[in-house]
Design a protein around this ligand. Structure first.
Ligand code: CA2
Length: 145
């Protein structure tokens, strides 16, 4: 895999500012720095993005699929609501690892269902910001398709 796209959904720009018991103390910029360094060390290009817009996430997933990039996707609350994201992953053929910082299954019931999981290659939940690194490792170690 020559390119990695890390796509972050709504409110993840707030990481590190509030709710440290749920989301930890690292900001999204901290996570980006770590992932960029790991990608650089492996000679892999890295797009790291965040949006509060569902349509923009859909466009980015399609773009990653066309580019043949591996995707680390934390779709935030759209995970639990977005048929459009499900269709974008399925339709574009993007290889997606779904990541959640918090253990969504230990939280409110409405967070237990994911529209992403059935079309993701794998899912990493509840391991904090480290989940992004584990997803990267999984994508980089995956046999070429
Ligand atoms: O655990 C995750 O990574 C989530 O994707 C985070 C989403 C949440 O809606 C999902 O159910 C699980 C929310 C991100 C909001 O992050 C904040 C961080 C600090 C303060 C407020 C929100």
């Amino acid at each position: 895999m020559k390119a990695i796209h890390v796509l972050n959904g709504p409110n993840l720009n707030l990481l590190g500012t509030r709710e440290p018991a749920v989301y930890g103390r690292e900001s999204l910029a901290d996570i980006e720095k770590t992932i960029r360094a790991l990608c650089a060390g492996k000679g892999v290009s890295c797009e790291f993005r965040q949006t509060n817009s569902e349509g923009e996430l859909v466009t980015w997933v399609q773009e990653a699929g066309r580019a043949g990039a591996g995707v680390i996707l934390n779709a935030g609350a759209y995970t639990h609501t977005s048929v459009a994201l499900h269709d974008a992953i399925k339709g574009s053929g993007a290889i997606v690892i779904e990541v959640h910082i918090s253990n969504v299954h230990a939280r409110e019931r409405f967070r237990h269902h994911s529209y992403i999981s059935p079309v993701a290659k794998g899912v990493i939940i509840g391991l904090g910001a480290q989940g992004y690194q584990l997803a990267l490792q999984a994508l980089l170690e995956a046999p070429a398709a």
